[in-house]
Design a protein around this ligand. Structure first.
Ligand code: PEP
Length: 253
């Protein structure tokens, strides 16, 4: 009942010409895909070019961040409505690189999620613990706090939000969470959604795993009952690699 979602987070990579070239090579490879929702999240500067490159395909566009105010004197920021205007349907919020490098906290993440929903964007809410937190048995507590703060007081419809469980120590390191640990945390997230909302919403919300997912390891994650897709950084930069992972999803479950 939950469609798989595979989202590529390009981070601060690719010029417009490179984005266009990616689309030219990627789209024919996924033209026949029916069972997987595919989202590509380029840097802001490539949103327009990707929006036109993806037109007519089923591949959707997402952004990597946004600001929570509607408009005004916020130099350097981009609003949710600007993202919609540029063709985005999704937005990644609370990525650990933003939390760790740019000081984004649960309070700011909450404001962004609220504005994204109000503007009609679907947030991909990133949660996950550091290595130290896992080693101190705090992983579930940290993820619980991140989720509770992010969604506090927000009414959700089924499918509004996807949650990406991304252990910080697995991002860009080549080290995966084990599929058992990833499944355990994704199930925990689903149970928390049931407590915060209801079982129906929890059952319909897509929960992704992210952290060094590649074509040769994605299958074991997608086979888990509570993992509904992947948020992919480094391995989403190559068209053949992202298409291969989408292909695994098309044939999974
Ligand atoms: C990410 O950026 O969300 C991510 C999971 O990165 P990587 O796949 O490179 O670990």
């Amino acid at each position: 009942m939950r469609r798989l979602l595979i989202a590529g987070n390009w981070k601060m990579n690719k010029l417009q010409s490179e984005a266009r070239e990616f689309a030219a090579q990627f789209l024919p490879r996924v033209a026949a895909v029916e069972k997987v929702d595919i989202v590509i999240c380029p840097p802001f500067t490539s949103l327009w070019v990707m929006n036109s490159a993806l037109a007519g395909s089923r591949v959707m566009l997402g952004a990597q961040n946004m600001y929570w105010e509607e408009q005004g004197a916020f130099t350097g920021e981009v609003s949710a409505l600007m993202l919609v205007d540029a063709g985005c349907q999704y937005v990644i919020i609370g990525h650990s690189e933003r939390r760790q490098i740019l000081g984004e906290n649960n309070f700011l993440v909450h404001k962004k999620i609220a504005r994204a929903l109000e503007t009609g964007l679907k947030p991909i809410l990133c949660v996950g613990e550091t290595l130290q937190e896992r080693e101190n048995n705090l992983a579930m507590q940290v993820v619980q706090e991140q989720l509770q703060h992010a969604l506090a007081g927000l009414s959700l419809e089924s499918g509004d939000v996807a949650v990406a469980y991304e252990p910080v120590w697995a991002i860009g390191t080549g080290i995966n969470a084990s599929c058992n640990d990833a499944q355990e945390m994704c199930l925990f997230i689903r149970k928390m959604l049931a407590e915060l909302y209801d079982t129906e919403l929890a059952a319909r919300t897509r929960i992704l795993y992210g952290g060094s997912v590649k074509a040769d390891n994605i299958e074991k994650f997608l086979q888990q009952p509570d993992i509904d897709g992947a948020l992919i950084g480094g391995a989403s930069l190559e068209p053949a690699s992202l298409a291969a992972m989408v292909g695994v999803g098309e044939n999974a479950k």
